[in-house]
Design a protein around this ligand. Sequence first.
Ligand code: SF4
Length: 699
Amino acid sequence: MQLAPNTCATHCPYCALQCGMNLVSAAGRGLKIAPRNFPVNRGGLCQKGWSATELLDNPERLQTPLLRDTKGMPLRAGSWDEALDRIASEIRNAQVCFGPDAVGVFGGGSLTNEKAYLLGKFARVALRTSHIDYNGRFCMSSAAAASIKALGLDRGLPFPLEDIPRAQTILLIGSNVAETMPPIMQYFEAQRANGGSLIVVDPRATPTAQAASLYLQITPGTDAALANGLLHIAIQQGYLDQEFISSRTSGFEQVRHVTNSYWPGRVERITGIPESQLYAAARLLGTAKSAMILTARGPEQQSHGVENVLAFINLALALGKAGRAHCGYGCLTGQGNGQGGREHGQKSDQLPGYRRIDNPEHRAHIAQVWGIREQDLPSAGCSAYEMLDRLGTTSGVRALLVFGSNLAVSAPRASHIEKRLDALDFLAVSDFFLSETAERADVVLPSAQWAEEEGTMTNLEGRVLYRRRAVEPPAGVRTDLQIIAGIAQRVGAGAFFPSEPAQVFAELRRASAGGIADYAGITYERIERENGVFWPCPNEDHPGTPRLFLDRFATKDGRARFHAVEHHGASEQPDREFPLYLTTGRVMAHYQSGTQTRRIPKLMELAPRAFVEIHPAMASVYQIAEGDAVRLTTRRGSAMAAARLTTSIRLDTIFVPFHFAGVGRANLLTNPALDPSSRMPEFKVCAARIEREDHVGKA
Ligand code: SF4
């Protein structure tokens, strides 16, 4: 379609749906948002998307570097040379005194592929540190680890969204897409209109659950028991696809054995879901011609998140509902570039193209593309929370560079993380605004926003998208690529670091060639012409791969793997002192830590502050009325919020959104218990106490 000369076709800056939008130049520097009929969102946007341009001219926008001369002094304005020289000097000091691993890099799942790629290379080539990880570790890492174990490859959805309406049954676990990414609901609505069934599993009867044909109100932390229980019924009722199991999978017998002990009565006791509903769900899945099983953060952000996801993949495989048209297991990615951000080397154990840093062949390929010796590549570092937990200690990082992440709000056990940030010898943060993390930094670098630079993002379908630059960044602001190149130049590695997105993407294509996430055949021009290109796409004549696993899974022998999984529950269970389950999540008006959306007045009108959802019957036990100020306490600390009484939540559960800073910060409460393989913290379940604020301290 020919666009008007003053119109720029691009994508929303926020979530993993990456809705297409048009930016229309208005008078001056202003930009207006207009609908774009892009295949993902088909013109729709949510409130966040419609207000996104308000970020560009926001009065709180950082427009000059800020420096703190000594700890305890306020930040002051400085020049770019001064800021970058200071960073380079602090890197040198830390590494001379404590070695290369004394410097760490923390990235984000909202960075473009180009930035994620260059940041990974920067850590390994310019800093020679093993310490790089990113906030996607807090987001999709359990689904990623489970998908790799079972299917051989991690791509959020193995099919495009357009396939959803043709799935006869969909099981959606722990996702409130009606609020977090509303335009996706058109696909679920079309599926229902086609006569399909939608089963939603959630401790809260969210707007998504209210759109379901069957809603299962699960006890937090019992997802693996639910999956095993559904498989138990499927076996009992003869719903298995024996032909699929024998021809396309391995390891089923062990799973059959484990699920023997998940009879419906026991699963009802564990999950709180009535037996009749378990049978109904198993029947809808087991008798459907096509079915999809989709997970999100609910089952994933747990200390057994990988096992939870594996249990649901077992169910999909046993029913023969994977690797076929309009079937499959998928993860609904959350952050804007949660998918691409985990493919190109921002993760401590990864190299570009979804290669592994501990694989000699993978290391050799990347070293050759980067023009360094393989032995000069560092080994794997530790995961995000483990790095943060040791900041400023003798064995930990002493100087940290943060790009696009607000750790003081988004990390679990946030008050501890604040102390660790303050214990650093040096902290530099690149951001658009003075986030709660940037406030603690020694150097703050003002970076360009999404409409001010070009680059690619990979959405939840694995579709690589192109964001065009619509306006120049304000004077005084630089892109993250320029910032990385500027620091690299000052530490003597400038020759390795281009700062133009097209150059970086060309290098990323070469680096990813032959890898699992192969972008070699993807160009900016193709993305624009074809409305995105699905990876893997090994060469420019390749059409891309919208649908994975139709012939074989991505394992060595082409078979998917079953994994026998037991229910363990959350690492912290309610007790006398902390009698309720606390779960956290998102609201429609805000994105992640709220650094951006909390600065948009329209969005703040809709959701101005933290609240806690509690069932009215439980509220009456604690003499709490609607709107009362309440104190929430866990073993990590306390937070304050206004009570919101709703019958949509389980009696034993309370819910707090995690977007807010200050006393309403949900992550003051959350438990950093880590999944043993993905190292994902248990954001979704912990034990908590609630008290009306005027009761606190009274006997
Ligand atoms: S659903 Fe996500 S990508 Fe779409 S407009 Fe909303 S925040 Fe942006």
